[in-house]
Ligand binder design. Structure first.
Ligand SMILES: Nc1ncnc2c1ncn2[C@@H]1O[C@H](COP(=O)(O)OP(=O)(O)OP(=O)(O)O)[C@@H](O)[C@H]1O
Length: 327
């Protein structure tokens, strides 16, 4: 459905002149350096996949999304979306995908939301009956009805994000490119947005490419992750595999009846000890929990146990450090 081969994108950054009228003189400057935002990236995304496109700030995620959606021209490589080139066939492909940039609204700022939707309906030539059904459905799913007659500039961030997402779906596209769709939302707003995106993936069978810095978005929605850093592909794998590759220790936090006297050992590591509490790190593939507990109970009477597996944020932090060192 989406084929990317050796995609590259360089931006020309013109030299800024110093002194009086420096900025103005820079406009006429011929000197520039090239910033390689994306370098030789290749991947294939199949219909119905929800792929997390991840990387640290400035890695090249938004640039890739802009190229896939035909907004930017690549400097090299080939891209096909549903068998067509997004730059050459931008108009034909416009009906196949929806794009949301969480940081920037694509709605008409001063118009009531309803007017923006009417304009989009005209642009995409959506049948009146289908459009009415769309409005009813999205009022039910995203409650847009409560603010549909409000000018976009007066919407709260959460309302605006929902409004933007609904706008990207007016023409019922098969593919969604979502660039930070939960950025800035509070816990409730994020949860709501994620549940809606899950509905799009599971029930509507949309193909979704998602960039985010929020690892909960990834674990909730994506079965596959592509990791880039400095514009280069670092990893293309399943979420499960990612967790296995970056093997972080599991942790166990024990509360004892009285101060325990643990023995240091090679198959676990004592991370913290305060009075009658003890935290150990261990590798599940080296020692199983019952064996570990049997050992720990020799050090005193255990009255409470808390287990903690490494979460996706820790995994990503490790991955970023790993990819930074190796790039
Ligand atoms: N129009 C542009 N002109 C010059 N450089 C650009 C332009 N757009 C992006 N860049 C540079 O390309 C690199 C990749 O930017 P991009 O916005 O794709 O990163 P990103 O992974 O989306 O980052 P973030 O997570 O911070 O949004 C950055 O170094 C950025 O400064």
């Amino acid at each position: 459905m989406i084929e990317v081969r050796d995609l590259s994108k360089s931006f020309k950054i013109y030299e800024t002149k110093k002194g009086a009228f420096g900025t103005l003189r820079s406009v006429f400057s011929k000197k520039y350096t090239l910033k390689e935002a994306v370098k030789n990236i290749s991947f294939t995304i199949n219909q119905g996949e929800c792929v997390g496109y991840l990387g640290p700030n400035g890695a090249g995620k938004s640039t890739t999304i802009k190229i896939l959606s035909g907004i930017l021209y690549p400097s090299g490589g080939t891209i096909t979306v549903m068998g067509k080139n997004p730059q050459i066939h931008r108009k034909q492909l416009a009906s196949c995908y929806g794009v949301v940039f969480g940081q920037r609204s694509q709605l008409w700022w001063d118009l009531p939301l309803r007017d923006s939707y009417e304009i989009l309906r005209e642009m995409y030539k959506v049948d009146k009956q289908k459009y009415e059904t769309f409005l009813m459905e999205y009022d039910r799913l995203l409650e847009i009805g409560s603010f549909i007659d409000t000018p976009v500039r007066k919407l709260s961030l959460g309302q605006r994000m929902r409004a933007d997402l609904a706008a990207a779906l007016i023409h019922d596209p098969a593919i969604l490119f979502l660039d930070e769709p939960t950025i800035g939302l509070d816990v409730v707003g994020k949860k709501r947005m994620r549940e809606f995106l899950l509905h799009l993936r599971e029930d509507k069978k949309k193909t979704i490419v998602l960039t985010t810095h929020d690892m909960d978005d990834i674990s909730f929605l994506c079965n596959r992750v592509i990791l880039i850093n400095h514009g280069q592909m670092m990893m293309d794998t399943t979420l499960n595999d990612l967790q296995k590759k970056i093997r972080l220790p599991s942790k166990i936090h024990l509360t004892y009846q009285s101060k325990p006297y643990p023995q240091s050992g090679s198959i676990y590591q004592i991370i913290e000890q305060t009075d009658n509490e003890l935290t150990l790190a261990y590798d599940r593939s080296v020692i199983k929990v019952p064996e570990l507990l049997a050992l720990c109970s020799e050090w005193g009477e255990i009255i409470d146990i808390q287990m903690r597996e490494p979460d996706i944020e820790e995994i990503m932090q490790n991955l970023y450090e790993f990819t930074s060192k190796n790039s």
